[in-house]
Design a protein around this ligand. Structure first.
Ligand code: IPM
Ligand code: MN
Length: 353
């Protein structure tokens, strides 16, 4: 019997609802296979702040480090918007990523054939899109110092060391080797020194991967190209804030931000979470799309637990469910057969395993 310890962080807003569905699907897998998941819940974000006064209690970091992987929902909400920065839910998440050293955030964007009509872009533009955003996650302007805000002046620092760029570039090239062998590095090197170093370093790393084609794009152009012709991309390599913005943009290619998973790797323990936020406006209504989180659980099996077959099973069950016409409300407009609640959709996906 293979047994895995999963640290579960449900978080705020829709987090608990969507994580429950991912656990439902994992448990359905374990009924059929010789595998067992042991879950332990930890607090982060607003929920942690309310309970302990700290959006990232030490216990959560320790618990995550003792586990085999972290399954995470989402954090944040209007309720905590007024708090000082270091108490905000988002600070908890950023400190968590940093503490675990997960510098590489993989955000795959695929279009399910059944949902081509759900995309805000035309069929002929999005059909067959399959790209991977590799976002640097523990550096850049999110973490750069100095940073300061006073009443009439504020600043942040976008900083990357060569080492930080090298290691994320290597991940992008390794991933490209298993895909179409094309990396597009996105920067703003026509304006920023930090981007010049980014570009030079990407070129250096590329020498170790002669089979992979490396191109460069400025981030403004990349954001335009993503909606003009998203199929041109295989792997997009970029920094923290550009990757944050581009991956939200790319998510709409697929029809709903509720579909896209992510894996944060490169540290001791991988963190698996949907790319979307906590959606406080729809929390507690049972209407959130659980697919991004269920799909993140599949990434967890793939990248942290090396259970590739089981990961494939989950991905197929999701595809089958969409093929059968079952969706949540975010995708309701597009001629789906049945609009399901969050937990109904989880049941159907679990059944389709
Ligand atoms: C994400 C989120 C986070 C980020 C926020 C919640 C801090 O938008 O995971 O994309 O900016 O990284
Ligand atoms: Mn984001």
């Amino acid at each position: 019997m293979r047994s895995y310890d999963i640290a579960v962080i449900k978080g705020d807003g829709i987090g608990p609802e969507i994580v429950d569905e991912a656990i439902k699907v994992l448990d359905a897998l374990s009924l059929k296979d010789d595998i067992k998941f042991n879950y332990k819940e930890y607090l982060m974000g607003g929920a942690a702040y309310d309970a302990t006064g700290d959006p990232l209690p030490q216990e959560t970091i320790d618990g995550a480090l003792k586990s085999d992987a972290v399954l995470f929902g989402s954090i944040g909400g209007y309720k905590w918007d007024g708090l000082p920065r270091e108490k905000r839910p988002e600070s908890g998440l950023l400190r968590f990523r940093s503490a675990l050293g997960v510098f590489a955030n993989l955000r795959p964007v695929k279009i399910y054939d059944e949902l081509v009509e759900a995309s805000t872009l035309k069929r002929e533009v999005v059909e067959g899109v399959d790209l991977m955003v590799v976002r640097e996650l523990t550096g850049g302007i999110y973490f750069g110092k100095p940073r300061e805000k006073s009443a009439d002046k504020a600043y942040n620092t976008m900083i990357y060391t060569k080492e930080e760029i090298k290691r994320i570039a290597k991940i992008a090239f390794e991933i490209a080797m298993k895909r179409e062998k094309r990396v597009c590095s996105v920067d703003k090197s026509n304006v920023l020194e930090v981007s010049q170093l980014w570009r030079e370093t990407a070129e250096e790393v590329a020498k170790e991967y002669p089979e992979v084609e490396l191109t460069h794009m400025y981030v403004d152009n990349a954001s335009m190209q993503l909606v003009r012709d998203p199929r041109q991309f295989d792997v997009i390599l970029t920094g923290n804030i550009f990757g944050d913005i581009l991956s939200d943009e790319a998510s709409m290619i697929s029809g709903s931000i509720g579909l896209l998973p992510s894996a944060s790797i490169g540290g001791k323990i991988g963190v698996y979470e949907p790319i979307h936020g906590s959606a406080p406006d729809i929390a507690g209504q049972g209407i959130a799309n659980p697919i991004a989180t269920i799909s993140s659980a599949a990434m967890m099996l793939r990248y942290s637990l090396n259970e590739i077959e089981l990961a494939d099973k989950i991905d197929s069950a999701i595809a089958k469910t969409l093929h059968q016409g079952y969706v949540t409300g975010d995708l309701a407009k597009y001629g789906a057969k049945k609009v399901c609640s969050t937990s109904e959709l989880g049941d159907i996906i679990a059944g389709n395993l």
